[in-house]
Design a protein. Structure first.
Length: 115
């Protein structure tokens, strides 16, 4: 006979163009979770995505005259395991910087235990 033990997980993904802002926001989330006594994994730095744009500077000819711009998106991930209502309320009260995109998902994970 096997028992399924379900645990709840909150996964928070952060994205920003500025690495300092995202590190500060991640630190606020981690400090809030630790203060309420929740178990957490992270912060986990995810790979940065780079977008490059090439623009012609001359309107008619001089095809070789170009400007190149690059946009870096920094990402972090934090997992909070078995959150209680105090942790969720504290996370809802956080005011993060305007340049940080926050994506929150709640999952239930099941582990099988043999009895």
């Amino acid at each position: 006979m096997s028992l399924v033990k379900k645990t709840q997980r909150i996964r928070i993904r952060l994205k920003s163009f500025d690495s300092r802002i995202i590190d500060k926001a991640t630190e606020e989330i981690v400090n809030t979770a630790k203060r309420t006594g929740a178990l957490l994994k992270g912060p986990i730095p995810l790979p940065n995505s780079k977008k490059q744009f090439t623009i012609l500077t001359s309107p008619h000819k001089h095809k070789d005259a170009r400007e190149q711009y690059q946009l870096n998106v920094h990402s972090r991930m934090v997992d909070i395991l078995n959150p209680d209502s105090v942790t969720v309320d504290a996370l809802m009260q956080l005011n993060l910087a305007a340049g940080v995109n926050v994506n929150i998902s709640v999952d239930e994970m099941g582990k099988e235990e043999k009895a």
